[in-house]
Write a protein that binds this ligand. Structure first.
Ligand code: ARG
Length: 460
């Protein structure tokens, strides 16, 4: 067995079980690019500070380039006995270039190294998720543009409530996604500080320049406190929280599509390209992708809870428990990217069943609240108007008709305030035309919202 990089004081090597149990190379090799990037910056700084020669630096940089190429071509051999990505790369560099490589770990610990890698990785992941969110937003706005003017029932308690423009409803999801992106961007700002040079926990007595490495790696600056730098995982928790909230939004979107695709609603028809069938029931066409979006949100929540639980109760500074922080983050990112991508494809592959929706509109007294507003406009206190409309609805229920089917005489038998113009307020279409408050479902307000998003997302 190879002597470990820390082998000096050890007389025995670890058992196979311990080696298998403690390794992280099986998953943290994903950090290789960021690990190599961190090492390049570190070696460059060490040379500038006189802690290695320029020749030593150059042979390290060349060796790292070569290792990166080997990893990318699949020729690099990852070794479990070298535990993690940091030691795999450092040991391979020593094998490759010899003595100069032994200077690379000067004024550096795996504790600050792993966090440097991880923060860089998360930063890239945030950028990828931001792109995916924008792509879904564009898909939703494009879907809205294709369905201008379509009125759908709006629900509360999953009971018919008020009519809304489909565009308005689709843009509600776009708004949620915008805040999801905002949370990620905020997280990115707080995350973007460099732990490198914090070393094990206390910093170093060697004359390093943490500002230089921070800048080389695109960080805003070095973290101020070396103990905090190697202990903290709140950047990961914040990232996982932001993903969990996004996942919940996508899950709710999924639920909406699943409902709407049901025979009972029948408001949308997904294309075959985003549907799956049944192995036994020949007639089935299921919206599985959106069901799985709903389902996979569970993992993203779990990833957050796992990491919160992991960090709870850990003393300062680094503890090996923290190695468990990576898999949940990797899983969260992979899952949320898949959810966003599939949600966008689904939005690009559904059509609205106008006839079915129009047929559905008269049911459920979607215009009742507009009728109460009508009475307010006639000078009736809202609470009284609410009661009058309630009685009108009760009459409709007995007569099995809609509010607009009641004659003026019938309406006036409930309240003499009703006049001929009441019919301009009844029916879903009339009701929609009455909405005028800021942010409402009125056509003009929705057009303003559409314009806002078309400009913001640069859709043409
Ligand atoms: N693989 C470790 C992790 O992911 C790197 C840091 C190990 N540090 C240590 N002192 N054992 O956390």
């Amino acid at each position: 067995k190879e002597v470990k990089l820390w082998g000096g004081r050890f007389e025995e090597s670890v058992t196979d079980a311990v080696e298998r149990f403690t390794e992280s190379i099986s998953y943290d090799k994903q950090l290789y690019k960021h690990d190599i990037r961190g090492s390049r910056a570190h070696a460059t700084m060490l040379a500038k500070q006189g802690l290695m020669s320029v020749d030593e630096r150059d042979s390290i940089l060349e060796g790292l380039d070569q290792i990166e190429r080997q990893i990318e071509s699949g020729d690099f051999v990852w070794r479990t006995d070298r535990e993690d990505v940091h030691m795999n790369i450092e040991a391979a560099l020593i094998d490759m270039i010899g003595e100069p490589a032994k200077k690379l770990h000067t004024a550096r610990s795996r504790n600050d190294q792993v966090l440097t890698d991880f923060r860089l990785w998360c930063r890239d992941a945030i950028d990828a998720i931001l792109d995916a969110i924008k792509y879904l937003q564009v898909s939703m706005v494009t879907l809205a543009l294709k369905n201008e003017g379509l009125i759908v029932p709006g629900y509360t308690h999953l009971q018919r409530a008020q009519p809304v423009l489909l565009q308005h409803l689709l843009l509600a999801f776009v708004e949620q996604l915008e805040r999801d992106a905002g949370r990620l961007s905020d997280c990115r700002v707080r995350l973007n500080f460099s732990p490198l040079g914090a070393c094990a926990l206390a910093g170093t007595g060697l004359p390093i320049d943490r500002f230089m490495t921070a800048e080389a790696l695109g960080f805003t600056g070095p973290l101020r406190n070396s103990i905090d730098a190697v202990s903290d995982r709140d950047f990961a928790l914040e990232f996982l929280s932001a993903n969990a909230i996004t996942a919940i939004h996508l899950s709710r979107l999924g639920e909406e599509w699943v409902l709407w695709a049901s025979e009972e609603f029948g408001f949308i028809t997904p294309n075959d390209s985003v549907s799956t069938g049944s192995s036994i029931m020949p007639q089935k066409k299921n919206p599985d992708p959106m069901e799985l979006v709903r389902g996979k949100s569970a993992r993203v929540i779990g990833d957050l809870v796992t990491t919160l639980t992991l960090c709870k109760g850990l003393p300062l500074a680094y503890n090996r428990d923290l190695q468990e922080d990576k898999e949940p983050v990797f899983d969260s990112v992979k899952t949320i990217l898949g959810m966003l991508e599939v949600s966008a494809e689904f939005a690009q592959n559904i059509s609205f069943n106008r006839e079915r929706i129009e047929k559905a509109l008269p049911a459920g007294y979607l215009d009742a609240t507009t009728l109460a507003d009508y009475l307010v406009k006639k000078g009736i206190p809202f609470r009284t108007g609410h009661d009058i409309v309630g009685k009108s609805v009760a009459l409709c229920v007995t007569k099995k008709c809609c509010l607009q089917d009641l004659s003026l005489d019938e309406l006036r038998s409930i309240s003499p305030v009703f006049e001929e113009d009441v019919y301009e307020f009844l029916g879903a279409e009339n009701a929609i035309n009455k909405f005028c408050s800021y942010g409402s479902t009125g056509a003009a307000c929705v057009a303003t919202q559409i314009e806002y998003w078309v400009n913001k997302l640069q859709i043409n």
